[in-house]
Ligand binder design. Structure first.
Ligand SMILES: Nc1nc2c(c(=O)[nH]1)N[C@H]1C(S)=C(S)[C@@H](COP(=O)(O)O)O[C@H]1N2
Ligand SMILES: [Mo]
Length: 198
């Protein structure tokens, strides 16, 4: 199976592979605002709503049947560690967005996790091939602590933009702030500009 390598995307942001102020770790620390929530494959449901032509919902089976790919990505946590060369498998944001049909008025996106986490991004920061709804890490089902069954990964942003336990994506016509964004973290979160706080 071919792997799409997106570990060079730092070049687009005129930065080194290791962003300023970060150190590389081999470990994969777990950072969650309130612990790991439980879920069941029978009741898990993913929803797409807001400024779209057609709101969609998917069972876990239907979601993981969507067209998907494996990417090699780096992961940058705002608290200062980066983990290189993670292989995430999932559906890309643009693929999912096309299935729902995004309204021309949509400007922003809110991701929802079932631990009541939210995080927002401008639509154009999401319509990128490396923004994945991922259900596998390094060839194994995504561990619950890291957001299983499905999480978002945003290798072009600090990792708080990647909602773990994601079960909803909402298309917005205005800017709203997510959980950490309301608490002082940067809206834009570009690691190569060290956009950590707003
Ligand atoms: N649903 C949810 N997603 C979340 C969080 C959270 O608390 N809940 N924490 C964020 C933060 S601050 C970081 S750094 C990464 C951590 O991902 P990890 O635990 O897999 O390292 O998840 C992000 N996504
Ligand atoms: Mo974080």
């Amino acid at each position: 199976m071919s792997v799409r390598d997106v570990t060079h995307l730092h070049e687009e942001f005129d930065g080194e592979r290791l962003p300023p102020g970060q150190r590389e770790t081999e470990r994969f620390p777990v950072l969650s605002k309130s612990g790991t929530p439980s879920w069941s494959p029978d009741t898990w449901e993913f929803e797409v709503w807001g400024a779209v032509d057609e709101p969609r919902s998917f069972s876990l089976e239907a979601f993981t049947d969507l067209p998907h790919e494996t990417q090699r990505q780096d992961f940058h946590c705002v608290t200062g560690w980066s983990r290189f060369d993670n292989e995430f498998t999932g559906v890309t944001f643009p693929t999912l967005a096309d299935l729902a049909g995004v309204d021309p008025e949509a400007t922003h996106v809110m991701f929802h996790g079932f631990d009541d986490y939210t995080t927002d991004l401008p639509l154009d920061a999401c319509m990128r091939e490396e923004v994945l709804f991922a259900w596998e890490l390094d060839g194994e089902p995504l561990p619950d602590d890291h957001g299983g069954p499905v999480r978002v990964v945003t290798p072009h942003k600090y990792a708080y933009k990647g909602a773990k336990w994601v079960d909803g994506v909402e298309f917005l016509t205005d800017h709203e702030r997510g959980y950490w964004e309301k608490r002082g973290y940067s809206d834009s979160a570009n690691p190569w500009n060290e956009e950590r706080y707003s």
